[in-house]
Design a binder for this molecule. Structure first.
Ligand code: GUN
Length: 285
């Protein structure tokens, strides 16, 4: 049976480390500030935004939540982001995705001051990632790397297969794995014989958004399996992109859903917010 990669425990450990660091600079009176913007009332987004706010409270960070109606005009959302860019109490801005269809997510992301881009999705942050320069990294892929590091699972020399090529997960995930010396293949909806490609992998990261897409026959014995997906079945059950029950007996390590990658995303958002805070407060002298 595979080692269970416990996202709740590792997320807690990461956040305790951040709390320890923050403790050392608390006497300055300044605290990290995160603004979370949610447009509309997508039920999953409401839950995620609530968790982000709670994590800020637990760490003693300042947080603001902006709930805007679904029909908010683009100009209004961009105006809010520009206002937050200028707000000295705010060091990180996160606009929860997906946005309602009439809003262009790329335009919104590009309006965020790159120094406050705690989601790591601004082209400036993505460019730094590809260039191998320090910077803010997308929270979910960075969370996966922190999880692997915690369990001392080194990607170096491994064949890694990332399933999905989104800007938020797949592409930055592949880049971080390259940086960690894995040999990386990215699969997507147009990949031919995807099962055969996944079967080559020592490390599988599934981020496709299709319930139980990865089946046991696609996974090599002893592979490490990381499941980024969160899908709700017709029966209302939360399941990942991986068929956990069938794959766990043959994997060497696997993340559960829920309680795997999800909590790591929150921990890395706190880490990014803290990093953005340090950089902005140090530069202001
Ligand atoms: N929606 C689901 N996960 C995320 C995330 O990490 N950041 C943003 N902005 N939206 C999301």
């Amino acid at each position: 049976m595979a080692l269970l990669l416990d996202g709740n425990a590792v997320s807690k450990a990461v956040q305790e480390r951040i709390a320890g660091e923050f403790e050392k600079v608390k006497s300055s009176g300044q605290k990290p500030g995160l603004a979370v913007v949610l447009v509309g009332d997508n039920p999953a987004s409401v839950v995620y935004v609530g968790r982000k706010k709670k994590a800020c409270e637990t760490l003693g960070f300042f947080s603001e939540e902006y709930r805007l109606p679904t029909e908010t005009p683009e100009g209004e959302l961009l105006g809010l982001v520009q206002k937050l860019n200028q707000d000295a109490k705010i060091h990180g801005i996160l606009v929860q995705l997906p946005l309602p269809g009439h809003l262009n997510p790329q335009k919104v992301i590009e309006t965020i001051d790159p120094r406050k881009d705690v989601d790591g999705m601004h082209p400036f942050s993505l460019g730094k990632l590809v260039a191998g320069l320090p910077g803010l990294r997308s929270c979910t892929p960075a969370g996966v790397m922190a999880m692997l590091e915690h369990y001392k699972i080194s990607p170096a020399g491994k064949r890694a297969v990332v399933i999905g090529r989104s800007i938020m997960v797949g592409k930055p995930m592949a880049q971080l794995l390259i940086e960690a010396n894995a040999t990386v293949t990215v699969c997507h909806s147009k990949t031919k014989d995807i099962g055969a490609v996944i079967r080559e992998a020592d490390l599988v990261v599934a981020a496709i958004g299709r319930p139980r897409f990865v089946t046991a026959d696609m996974v090599k014995e002893g592979a490490v399996v990381v499941d980024v997906g969160i899908n709700r079945t017709a029966e209302g059950k939360l399941v990942g992109d991986v068929d956990f029950d069938a794959i766990a007996p043959k994997a060497s390590a696997i993340t559960p859903v829920p309680g795997g990658v999800g909590p790591m995303t929150i921990a890395l958002l706190m880490k990014n917010t803290y990093q953005a805070f340090l950089e902005q407060t140090q530069n202001r002298g």
